[in-house]
Design a protein around this ligand. Structure first.
Ligand SMILES: NC(=O)c1ccc[n+]([C@@H]2O[C@H](COP(=O)([O-])OP(=O)(O)OC[C@H]3O[C@@H](n4cnc5c(N)ncnc54)[C@H](OP(=O)(O)O)[C@@H]3O)[C@@H](O)[C@H]2O)c1
Length: 229
């Protein structure tokens, strides 16, 4: 797969979570554009991916070029820089693209701790993103509960359910990405407004990681799903 619509841009893919996703999607044979505010950093991150995943279809670019070259754009910057990053890529976004919101509005954004969140006027970070993208661009919420350490630990299954929320067609497109990563399972999270619950779960998971001394990060699993779901 190498056409633009199937290409995945990961903005801030130079950081922990974005790099982890880039590694995993490249391992699954998908084309990935790593975006950064500084293209050189993205080029370096792409080299890192190539060194771990030989033959990876990956390129490092500035955030704007990465956005323009992909059908799916994953925002992988800290919550407090989400709106600012969206402003810088607004001209590159176009109708038909899907923007994935992965941000967790941790209270670290206001100098408080990572075990709680701050309230967002729109309801969630994902809905904030939806309020900022141009018309015709869909926003889907996903991957907030997935640990960066586990993603980066290639060769080990990530073992986490991914609750995916947003408009149906876009949500299904992102759900289809999850099984590309060993140990990720997509769950249909319904409308984007459910993102608030999923984002808050991450603050709980961070607290659990601390109290249970789990440096690789816990995952979540829902039980009881009928076969084939
Ligand atoms: N880490 C996890 O385990 C985890 C788990 C679940 C969800 N998440 C979510 O995933 C997202 C990324 O997390 P992360 O841990 O990978 O973050 P991070 O490593 O702290 O930062 C990711 C990237 O964001 C960019 N960035 C930093 N400061 C910025 C600024 N002032 N303006 C614009 N961009 C800036 C940087 O890219 P450049 O300098 O290259 O532009 C950086 O490499 C966050 O929204 C987080 O809530 C993380």
């Amino acid at each position: 797969m190498s056409n633009t619509q199937d290409t995945i841009a990961i903005l801030g893919g130079t950081g922990d979570q974005g790099l982890g996703l880039a590694l995993r999607f490249c391992q699954a044979g998908r084309r990935v554009l790593i975006g950064s505010r500084k293209a050189e950093r993205a080029v370096e991150a792409a080299e890192n991916v190539r060194s771990q995943v030989p033959g990876a279809q990956v390129e490092g670019l500035g955030n704007e070029e990465a956005t323009a070259g992909a059908g799916i754009v994953i925002l992988s910057v800290p919550f407090e820089h989400t709106a600012g990053t969206l402003k810088t890529i607004k001209e590159s976004l176009r109708e038909g693209q899907i923007v994935v919101s992965m941000a967790v509005p941790l209270a670290t954004a206001i100098g408080d701790g990572a075990v709680r969140t701050v309230g967002i006027w729109q309801g969630s970070a994902a809905e904030l993103v939806a309020s900022l993208v141009p018309k015709g661009v869909e926003v889907v919420s996903a991957f907030q509960n997935v640990s960066a350490h586990r993603l980066q630990h290639l060769g080990h299954p990530v073992e986490c359910d991914v609750v995916v929320s947003g408009a149906k067609a876009a949500r299904e497109a992102i759900m289809a990405l999850c099984p590309l990563v060993d140990g990720l399972r997509a769950l249909d999270g319904g409308p984007l407004s459910n993102a608030r619950i999923v984002e808050e779960l991450t603050a709980l998971i961070i607290g659990l990681n601390i109290r249970h001394k789990a440096p690789d990060g816990l995952g979540i699993r829902f039980t009881g799903l009928p076969e084939g779901h």
